[in-house]
Design a protein around this ligand. Structure first.
Ligand code: ATP
Ligand code: MG
Length: 387
């Protein structure tokens, strides 16, 4: 890619209203632009990074045996009425009517849609397990959209759902997903912890959150550097009851005084759902013993945009983003220091062709601008290798 043709409007200063580093830097690096509160354009450089995240997720999901689908973003109210979530959900669910006055919503999540699909197609234990995922736009009318892609109203999520005949089947899928999530965030180059979480009102029996450690995180994690204990503070508080959290309550295995509280950004969340949705929606199968049973479900989400933002939150300096190589928009950038010098220009173009044919995704800065301005942009957008 030649920079002279790249649509990458960089800015010297972050526009007002951007509070956290990732939001400021994504705006300054010409990756995103705001359209309305919590709603963004993804520009070419931003989209390149998002696609890197998505592809890592896709590879690991496929590797774990999940199959990709694409479900509708516009969802009929009838399905949400079956689970009681049409009434149960507040204003976060964006509702509207079509031309026939039928009620619809924009999907904030897809349990209803996927359970409806699977109940129609799966009749026997022989067809189970089924594990399906998608990478798709969600809409949640968040009260306080903020921090750019970190908490948008419209955002890209990978959501995966498993359907099993047995509890052991669910346990196995849940474990495979947990492993896939560890692989994904490791490949993204992130410092993260997986923590026991409160499954809240989803009503599952187990749940694990994947937290990227960053001071701008909105969640608190309690963790013991000695042992593997880590938990979302909500869960630790629930366990400790009304008493203030004491080391021994939360982390029984270790000596007191070892626990630390750190902030984290929730980038992924996995749940054992059990039969909550299959019960309310009648997603049943005929088991080997001849009995009709409800399918046992799990659900597994990752925020793709939030993961990209979290990566920036962990990797930047005063000159710009320092992308982990796996997420960088380009592998390398060649800055032609002096466009007026024929020899330098020629050397730059030759190297560009060579690197391209070696399969390197390289950006050639051939703009008629000062070396200082070009170097500043290379620093800003965080390309790992610079020539
Ligand atoms: P939060 O507690 O941060 O609001 P959540 O628990 O409601 O998130 P989930 O329903 O677990 O989110 O969604 C799965 C993943 O989708 C989250 O782990 C997060 O990475 C991402 N996500 C959720 N809400 C948003 C949002 N408003 N903007 C960007 N990503 C989001
Ligand atoms: Mg969550």
């Amino acid at each position: 890619m030649k920079y002279s043709q790249l649509f990458c409007p960089t800015l010297k200063e972050a526009p007002q209203g951007a509070e956290v580093a990732s939001h400021k830097l994504m705006l300054r690096a010409g990756m995103i632009r705001q359209v309305a509160a919590g709603i963004y354009d993804m520009l070419p450089v931003g989209l390149r990074v998002l696609r890197k995240v998505e592809n890592i997720i896709r590879e690991e999901m496929n590797h774990a045996g999940a199959q990709e689908v694409l479900l509708p973003m516009v969802q009929p109210a009838e399905l949400w009425k079956e689970t009681g979530r049409w009434e149960g959900n507040g204003k976060e669910l964006l509702r509207f009517k079509d031309r026939h006055e039928r009620d619809f919503c924009l999907g904030p999540t897809h349990e209803e849609i996927i359970t409806d699909l699977v109940r129609r197609e799966v009749k026997s234990y022989k067809q189970l397990p089924v594990v399906l995922y998608q990478i798709q736009t969600k809409f949640r009318d968040e009260v306080r959209p903020r921090f750019g892609l970190m908490r948008g109203r419209e955002f890209i999520m990978k959501d995966c759902y498993s359907f099993d005949a047995t509890q052991e089947g669910l346990d196995k899928n849940y474990k495979a997903m947990s492993q896939a999530y560890h692989n994904i965030f490791k490949r993204c180059g992130l410092k993260f912890r997986s923590v026991e979480a409160d499954s809240g009102n989803i009503g599952g029996s187990a749940s694990e959150e994947f937290m990227v450690l960053a001071d701008t995180g909105e969640d608190f994690i309690i963790h013991c550097p000695n042992c593997n204990y880590a938990a979302n503070i909500e869960k630790a508080v629930n366990k400790a009851g009304t008493k203030p959290i004491q080391e021994n309550d939360a982390c029984a295995k270790c000596e007191p005084g070892k626990l630390q509280i750190v902030k984290g950004i929730e980038v992924g969340h996995i749940f054992k759902l059990g039969t909550k949705y299959s019960e309310s929606m009648g997603a049943k199968f005929l088991d080997s013993d001849g009995k009709q049973k409800e399918m046992i479900m799990g659900c597994y989400g990752i925020g793709a945009g939030r993961t990209a933002a979290a990566a920036i939150e962990q990797n930047f300096d005063d000159r710009g983003i320092i992308f982990p190589p796996a997420l960088a928009p380009f592998d390398a950038v060649i800055v032609i220091a002096k466009m007026r010098d024929e020899n330098i220009v020629k050397a730059g173009f030759e190297l560009y062709e060579k690197m391209k044919s070696a399969g390197i995704d390289v950006l050639l800065d051939d703009r008629d601008a000062s070396f200082g301005a070009k170097a500043a942009d290379a620093d800003l957008i965080g390309v790992p290798v610079r020539v």
